[in-house]
Design a protein around this ligand. Structure first.
Ligand SMILES: Cc1ncc(COP(=O)(O)O)c(C=O)c1O
Length: 359
């Protein structure tokens, strides 16, 4: 629809003391072209966080909870195993607060993630992809023990679900106050998002169904096979239902302790699996038809939301989490068939006027 008058903005009415104060309060946005008739699909755009993902919330709270408890001393090095977004969030938070950061990461994850962390001043130690998530995790533990560093433990720490309970979930309550909200759809990496949202929605919006998504070829929860753990809750072995999948940030090769809360306390009503190819297709549609640039996990979440929408009652309202920005995936299958060079149509346009043609 054409705008009738020029848009005006007035600022946020506050000055921010640090970049970290801009974390959270991400917008919920309606899908217009893609929403099926009679059903409203909204997305919560976590790429509005300053580090570009939902993990900024967790990173900030891990550091601030450890500062509060005294577990993290001024100037102490922080170490964590992460496939990227938590590392980028931690790198941003540690840069702002002055803590050195070492990240361990399997060499299979996208190159831009490593470089982003290094841009913030972090050290990135790569581990062999054959050793999967367990390998990068054990490397972080080894380094923490050897050097007396603070291990962030995103997969086990209470600081994870707590921050989603006190921010993400509250934002959903606030933004949908007085409005219908039938389904909330999210995937899991650590499970912090679903566990934190479930704590609040179960209490405050008991009629809202929580839908949890996982990759079709790594359906760990769907397999029904319990995770074996060590005494500190960390996984003892790689989960037998795991296979490598393209939905970066989702479903590591174990069921994290943080996620276990949502499993044990029935923090979701429905479990849906989705192939990575569908996630990629929906991420592309979100960009091309809604102007929303998100990663493969965001596309996968929307793919599941659209499946739910197909059989939802008319008037239903669905919210899908978009964990991060699509810019983080330039070297991944998401951009694989997005060309660098001009295609035939672009060449024809170039030739259609006389000037400024490439040789
Ligand atoms: C890209 C992406 N999607 C989804 C998630 C899932 O979030 P959570 O760890 O809260 O389950 C993450 C976090 O790992 C992520 O990085």
């Amino acid at each position: 629809m054409a705008a009738q008058t020029i848009r005006r903005t007035t600022g946020r009415g506050r000055l921010y003391d640090s970049i970290l104060d801009t974390i959270g309060d991400t917008p919920v946005v309606r899908l217009n072209a893609l929403s099926p008739k009679d059903v409203s699909v909204y997305v919560k755009a976590e790429f509005f966080n300053p580090g570009g993902s939902v993990k900024d919330r967790l990173a900030l709270n891990i550091i601030e909870a450890a500062e509060r408890s005294g577990a993290l001393k001024p100037g102490q090095t922080v170490v964590e195993a992460t496939s990227g977004n938590t590392g980028i969030g931690l790198a941003m938070v540690c840069a702002q607060k002055g803590y050195p950061l070492v990240v361990t990461m399997a060499d299979s994850f996208s190159v831009e993630r490593r470089r982003l962390m290094r841009m913030f001043g972090a050290k990135v130690v790569l581990t062999p992809r054959a050793d999967k998530g367990i390998g990068m995790y054990n490397k972080a533990v080894e380094l923490a023990q050897k050097n007396g560093w603070f291990l962030a433990r995103q997969f086990e720490t209470d600081a994870n679900a707590d921050i989603h309970e006190s921010t993400t979930a509250q934002e959903i309550l606030g933004d949908f106050a007085g409005q219908r909200l039938d389904h909330v759809v999210t995937g899991y990496g650590t499970g912090g998002t679903v566990a934190g949202i479930a704590r609040v929605l179960r209490r405050e919006r008991p009629d809202t169904r929580i839908v949890l998504a996982e990759p079709a070829n790594a359906a760990l929860i769907g397999s029904g096979i319990a995770q074996t753990r060590g005494p500190d809750g960390a996984p003892a072995v790689s989960h037998p239902a795991f296979e490598p999948h393209p939905i970066q940030g989702w479903t590591p090769d174990f069921v994290p302790l943080v996620l276990q809360e949502a499993i044990d306390k029935r923090g979701y009503d429905q479990l849906v699996s989705v192939p990575g190819t569908e996630g990629i297709a929906w991420a592309k549609k979100l960009a091309a038809r809604e102007g929303i640039l998100t990663g493969i996990s965001g596309g996968s979440t929307v793919a599941v939301a659209m499946k739910i929408a197909e059989s939802a009652a008319p008037g239903s309202v669905i919210l899908a989490m978009l964990p991060d920005t699509g810019e983080r995936y330039l070297s991944t299958p998401l951009f694989q068939d997005i060309p660098e060079e001009m295609d035939e149509a672009e060449l024809a346009l170039s030739r259609s006027t006389p000037g400024y043609q490439l040789g």
